[in-house]
Write a protein that binds this ligand. Structure first.
Ligand SMILES: Cc1cc2nc3c(=O)[nH]c(=O)nc-3n(C[C@H](O)[C@H](O)[C@H](O)COP(=O)(O)OP(=O)(O)OC[C@H]3O[C@@H](n4cnc5c(N)ncnc54)[C@H](O)[C@@H]3O)c2cc1C
Ligand code: FES
Length: 284
């Protein structure tokens, strides 16, 4: 039975809950991370890769991934880049301000697929936000995984969110990984180029024993998929998170429809062999 027919709407997240901003961190010039708790009751629990609809009355509502830890039951953490009317208004909220929240929505990253195998996480730009909960999960479940590797590409050194935390993770002996930036700059001594360059250099794992989870701009994900396939990865071991405009997030309105799938309900996380033909299609 479709999920939308299985339960009354208030159980499905149609009814917004009032949240209050309890913490705000300016990640990048146009990007903030907000911590939020409901005005009444506990914060929602969620799985890595899920998103919420964040709304401001009279302004609008947008889908935003949950970027915090799924393990600690703490405030809901989300990272928002101001690109337009609604995202700019939400990014402009301060501690004590209120907003409306629906969710969580969407199919999560299939993290249990990585148990007993290597987990290769590849992100570009703000695609780091939806994969950050995978890293939290992987570190909490490190003993069940053969290895954890994070490859991350950003436009430049000033465009790397969660900078100190990211460097701490990569310096630890619990995971491996590398950062790369698109352009040379005086403050950057690391590698320069597209994130696909790192796949050849750093992904030392056996593709047959690895699950890859990829998030970033769609063009970047297409090149990453090609590079992984060239290294011998099967499409069935590569997962991506896709973005489309959304309104209901419940599989009702068709705003996010991509061929036969609704990104809000069937995704946003998809196995590549299930969406290979759809990934070249823009908004319908
Ligand atoms: C499942 C999902 C998860 C998402 N997670 C995050 C997240 O963690 N953090 C975050 O900041 N954003 C995230 N987004 C994107 C976010 O929803 C959009 O940036 C937002 O809807 C833009 O709305 P707006 O009214 O601010 O801008 P609009 O007025 O709708 O658009 C302003 C400009 O931004 C461009 N734009 C619109 N949507 C996007 C987009 N998705 N990506 C890039 N440019 C866009 C438009 O083409 C336009 O040029 C996610 C989207 C989806 C579907
Ligand atoms: S946003 Fe309405 S069907 Fe997906």
């Amino acid at each position: 039975m479709p999920r939308s027919m299985a339960a009354p709407v208030w159980e499905l997240g149609m009814e917004p809950v009032v949240y209050q901003v309890t913490g705000r961190h300016q990640e990048l010039v146009d990007t903030v991370t907000l911590q939020m708790t409901p005005v009444d009751g506990p914060a929602m629990s969620f799985l890595p890769g899920q998103f919420t609809m964040m709304g401001l009355p009279g302004i609008g509502e947008i889908p935003v991934s949950i970027s915090g830890s799924p393990n600690d039951g703490g405030p809901l953490t989300q990272t928002i880049r101001a690109v337009g009317k609604v995202s700019a208004a939400i990014a402009g909220l301060g501690v004590g301000d209120r907003l409306l929240m629906r969710g969580p929505f969407g199919e999560p990253w299939p993290v249990e697929e990585a148990v007993g195998r290597h987990l290769l996480i590849i992100a570009g730009g703000l695609g780091l936000a939806p994969v950050r909960p995978i890293v939290y999960w992987a570190l909490a479940n490190r003993g069940r995984l053969a290895g954890v590797e994070l490859l991350y590409g950003a436009r430049g050194p000033d465009y790397i969110p969660y900078g100190a935390q990211l460097l701490g993770w990569l310096a630890s002996d619990r995971m491996t990984g590398s950062l790369i930036v698109d352009r040379h700059s005086d403050e950057w001594a690391g590698p320069v180029g597209p994130v696909t360059e790192l796949i050849g250099r750093h992904a030392t794992v056996d593709p047959a024993k690895t699950v890859a989870m990829v998030c970033g701009p769609e063009i970047m994900m297409r090149f990453v998929i090609q590079a992984l396939e060239a290294r011998g990865f099967a499409d069935s071991d590569i997962w991506v998170s896709m973005e489309r405009n959304m309104k209901c997030a419940l599989g009702w309105c068709g705003h996010c429809q991509l061929g036969p799938v609704f990104v809000c309900r069937d995704g946003p996380v998809f196995r590549v062999d299930h969406v290979r033909n759809l990934m070249t299609q823009s908004e319908l």
